[in-house]
Design a protein. Sequence first.
Length: 114
Amino acid sequence: MDLWKILLLVLLAVLVVLYLVLIPLARRGAMRKQAAKFDEVHAKLKAGDQVVLADGIVGKIKELTSDDVQLTIAAGVTITVKRMGIVAVEKEAANNGHMAPVHSTSGTTTPSKS
């Protein structure tokens, strides 16, 4: 076997090892950052916050416990959900009353017309 073939095989082996080791490490780091941001959002929850649940339900926090949240989703309608079901917190824009995202899971959003 020629020297250049051996060098090519060694280079190929190094690239395969880097691919198998570095890419999972990078993904793990990104997942940790996302989990830390998610935990930060949940730590800042307070009564009166407008939140969005994972299934798209929007409501205002009435009461918080360590695991559960009571949400008012309509006049006289309160539901109890798990805290981990909250994916975003919103606040009311000062000038026009539309909901503007504070923490969002998607890139761009537009205020909804009421």
